[in-house]
Design a protein around this ligand. Structure first.
Ligand code: FAD
Length: 486
């Protein structure tokens, strides 16, 4: 049966998952009304605060998001976080429960705001150890990370733990010529500190070998092309002698890794990097003179059961190795956490995988005991959906997030058209959207930022950028963002 009133949906999070799901729903249900809640006054999630500043082409998706936001059926509710205390005092918090009263459907698309830890001694007690998430947020002007001030002038040696694309982004930012970075939208405070950096040698360390690493060819190539940055060859025994037998993507990647960088041929490149294989971090050691600061990292040396098998398991060898570490970056993954109010809303969060429990198509699911010994049955949570990193875990690029968001959008539309239960089917619930939620939130709702106000922030940032010869100079505090709309 068809519904008599248009679908009213709240989206939590304004990254690619939120926008692409909203666009899919709005294109299939042209009357649907979407309110997008974003904790920051500015939209786009990791496209703004994750994607590296020297990858401007990746951010072109923002033009599409701007088109989506221009629809009269779409409303951006910036500077309003759902459930969680936000980034600053000048900020509005609304309860999930309040959203449930005023929408038919809620889409969780709030990404991954924390990071995985190594859980080894020294990690949280020694200074000079940072998560890649914080460092990336710092150079990209994320307000929460603006005060990080990583200690880049303590010495030559940087260790990055993890071998995914985020690790390579961190390596590139550390090694890139500062004059190249100057032309990007990197935060001014980061430029100032990177200009004083003494880092000359970057180790990108993995528990396994090049054949098992998670990085992709584009990111490795970019590092190989950096002027005046040499690459130390990988352990040849970890790459098959005959590359021809490998699948195409893996063969091309290994060719790039083995070829190395042209700068390696220069007798005196001023900086260098390496992919250090088969090292599992064991503990961080303090400095002799400053015991509270990290000086080195001790690793267990591992061995691969099948070095050329991308799925190879590792075993320890009993040997250890110490790498000098004036600064350390932990890049072992982002992590999503549950929102306050999930339990009351009947939403189950899989803490191990860091995802909202769902049916793979984005429908939130919970296990319900069927009252006999047979165990529990999975049941759909009416009106609740998820997309993006909080649906499938913190991996994947914007293109895969888009595909996954479309699948969630299709599930929402299908459920709506098939007459499935949604939130306001309870007669005591009135779908009143943001106006009704704002009334319940009280005076702080006046701090919300609309799309037109975001455009003002955008214009002000571009203006600041023009004055220093870059595309934009981001505001790095919510106070400054809000004063641009006042
Ligand atoms: P996010 O983009 O994280 O968006 C989530 C949004 O929700 C954020 O704006 C957040 O502020 C908001 N939010 C969180 N909690 C709340 C709350 N309680 N209430 C309201 N709002 C909330 N992909 C590429 O294709 N190319 C690249 O070059 C690339 N580089 C990357 C570099 C890094 C360092 C990282 C981490 C990722 C990169 N990616 C890249 C991957 C890409 O950014 C992700 O696939 C994509 O952003 C995930 O989208 P999402 O919408 O799930 O989450």
């Amino acid at each position: 049966r068809s519904r008599d009133a248009p679908l009213r949906m709240a989206v939590v999070g304004s990254g690619p998952a939120g926008f692409y799901t909203a666009s899919r729903v709005m294109s299939r249900l042209p009357n649907a009304q979407v309110d997008m809640y974003e904790a920051l006054p500015v939209p786009f999630g990791l496209v703004r605060h994750g994607v590296a500043p020297d990858h401007p082409e990746v951010k072109n998706c923002q033009d599409r998001f701007d088109e989506i936001a221009s629809s009269p059926n779409f409303r951006f509710v910036g500077n309003v976080s759902v459930g969680r205390p936000g980034h600053a005092a000048e900020h509005c918090i609304v309860r999930l429960e309040s959203l449930m009263r005023h929408y038919d459907s809620i889409l969780m698309a709030y990404g991954a705001s924390e990071d995985k830890k190594l859980g080894i001694p020294g990690e949280s007690t020694l200074s000079g150890i940072y998560s890649a998430r914080q460092f990336v947020g710092w150079y990209n002007g994320l307000p929460d990370c603006a005060g990080l001030e990583p200690e880049l002038a303590r010495g030559d040696e940087a260790v990055i733990i993890g071998q995914g694309n985020v690790a390579l982004d961190v390596a590139r930012i550390l090694l890139e010529d500062i004059d190249v970075l100057r032309k990007t939208d990197i935060a001014e405070h980061a430029l100032a500190q990177l200009a004083k950096s003494r880092v000359r040698r970057v180790h990108v360390v993995g528990r396994r070998g090049p054949m098992q690493a998670a990085f992709t060819i584009k990111e490795v190539r970019e590092l190989m092309k950096l002027a005046d940055v040499a690459f130390h060859p990988v352990d040849r025994s970890l790459v098959p002698q005959d590359l021809k037998a490998l699948p195409r993507a893996s063969r091309r990647l290994m060719e790039v890794v083995l070829k190395g960088s042209p700068a390696s041929l220069q007798p005196r490149a001023s900086k260098s990097w390496s992919l250090d294989s088969c090292l599992s971090p064991k503990l961080f050691l303090g400095h002799r003179d400053t015991p509270t600061a990290v000086a080195s990292t001790e690793f267990d040396v591992t061995s691969l059961e099948a070095p050329f098998d991308p799925q190879s398991r590792v075993a320890t060898t009993g040997r250890t190795l110490i790498l000098p570490s004036d600064v350390v970056f932990r890049s072992v993954g982002y992590k999503s956490v549950a929102l306050p109010g999930f339990a009351e809303a009947g939403i189950q969060f899989d803490g191990r995988r860091g995802v909202v429990s769902n049916d793979g198509l984005g429908r939130a699911m919970r296990l319900v005991s069927d009252g006999n010994a047979a165990g529990a049955a999975a049941q759909q949570v009416p009106g609740m959906y998820c997309a993006g990193w909080v649906k499938r875990g913190p991996t994947g690029v914007i293109a895969s997030t888009m595909q996954d968001a479309f699948a969630t959008g299709d599930a929402i539309v299908q459920d709506w058209l098939s007459g499935a239960r949604f939130l306001r089917c309870d007669p005591s619930h009135r779908a009143g959207g943001w106006e009704a939620v704002a009334r319940e939130a009280g005076p702080s709702a006046a701090l919300s930022v609309s799309w037109d106000q975001w455009r003002k922030i955008d214009g002000a940032e571009r203006g600041r950028g023009r004055r220093v010869g870059k595309e934009r100079e981001k505001f790095t505090s919510t106070v400054d963002m809000l004063s641009a709309v006042a």
